[in-house]
Design a protein around this ligand. Structure first.
Ligand code: G4F
Length: 330
């Protein structure tokens, strides 16, 4: 596809969302720049993306990167995004996930002053900000009650984004995204942990799956659908904040039913509840109301949970088959 003349910069390029957003923006003809700290820990980055190493806890090279890239749009997806891990490394999490956004916003503000360019900015806010939510479903007006160092950092980052919009007139938007999954989801998140384990169990490569609170309820959607909402937010005449969610809610137990059901297995024979996977404070239930996104952005999710589970199972079954074949070959 020919270039549309626009340049986008994505932080967290080697994560799940960075990878789907890369594909979307390349099909739309963007020139892409991507940031991540250590490439070897993430998904492969498309060779058409200009890659810049950048650690959000440092970011001393951010100004230089902005001067080189001259972006029209910045999608800030980079974060320490694992909720349980944030209890173990709270300072690092708040530095990267909270202060990281301030480093970027400030670098963009200064870049705009230097270059005279207007940059459109997307902040990856999270449904975890609602935490112990005071109402259900949650929308853009629902008060926040964060329940982890990660969620507190996201609330800080969310308000800084609004602050830069109000104080400096920056085109800055937050997408308050509910859980979004895919075959590219990191292995430490519950859906992928389940699909990886179930497919390995099916092929005799694993015999049990240790999990924490399987009564937790989440609003799960497909990451490929959700990155489209990010792009739509930056195409609007005015910057604003939007909840992005499927509007459906399931427990981890129900996700286990779906996944093991696809493989004709009974998860109760394999799942072991392990207190090591419980969090000091849990978010028991989240459900999003994406009416505003539907009405203003024309966005709606396309992939239902059963299809998402099957997509992840098929992909991980292929990985498990390759692993089994490699084991037989030695
Ligand atoms: O998959 P999870 O780790 O996702 P969580 O904590 O809801 O957060 C994810 O979604 C947020 C919203 O988009 C993001 F902001 C955030 O960065 C991340 O992507 O856990 C889901 C639920 C939790 O209630 C957890 O306690 O599953 C429960 N769970 C039960 N056993 C487990 C496990 N979670 C994990 N990761 N591992 C377990 O063994």
């Amino acid at each position: 596809m020919n270039s549309n003349g626009r340049v986008a910069l994505i932080t967290g390029i080697s994560g799940q969302d960075g990878s789907y957003l890369t594909e979307l923006l390349l099909t739309k003809g963007y020139v892409l720049h991507g940031l991540a700290p250590y490439l070897r820990y993430g998904l492969p980055v498309d060779p058409r993306v200009t890659f810049h190493p950048c650690d959000l806890s440092d970011a001393s090279n951010l100004s230089e990167i902005l001067d080189q890239a001259q972006p029209d749009e910045v999608y800030h997806l980079g974060a320490q995004s694992h909720v349980k891990l944030s209890f173990e490394i709270p300072i690092h999490t708040v530095d990267v996930t909270g202060l990281g956004v301030l480093r970027i916003l400030e670098a963009i503000r200064q870049f705009q002053n230097r270059s005279g360019k207007q940059v459109r900015f997307y902040q990856a806010s999270s449904s975890e900000m609602f935490g112990q939510a005071v109402e259900s479903p949650q929308n853009e007006r629902t008060p926040f009650h964060p329940r982890s160092p990660y969620a507190c950092a996201k609330v800080y980052a969310h308000w800084q984004t609004i602050n830069y919009r109000e104080a400096y007139g920056m085109f800055a938007c937050s997408g308050i995204l509910f859980n979004h999954e895919s075959p590219r989801r990191g292995e430490a998140f519950v859906t992928r942990k389940i699909t990886l384990a179930a497919t390995r169990i099916k092929l005799g490569l694993q015999h049990e799956l240790r999990l924490g609170n399987i009564d937790a309820r989440r609003d799960w959607g497909f990451a490929g659908d959700y990155v489209e909402a990010m792009w739509l937010m930056l195409q609007q005449p005015e910057p604003d904040d939007y909840v992005i969610a499927s509007g459906g809610q399931h427990s981890v137990r129900e996700f286990l039913d779906e996944v093991f059901g696809c493989l004709d297995l009974d998860w109760k024979k394999y799942v072991v509840i392990d207190p090591a996977f419980y969090r000091p404070a849990e978010v028991e239930t989240l459900l999003g109301d994406a009416t505003k996104a539907r009405e203003k952005l024309g966005w709606k999710p396309r992939v239902a949970l059963a299809d998402l589970a099957r997509m992840m199972v098929e992909s991980d079954l292929e990985l498990a088959r390759r692993e089994a074949a490699a084991a037989r070959a030695v």
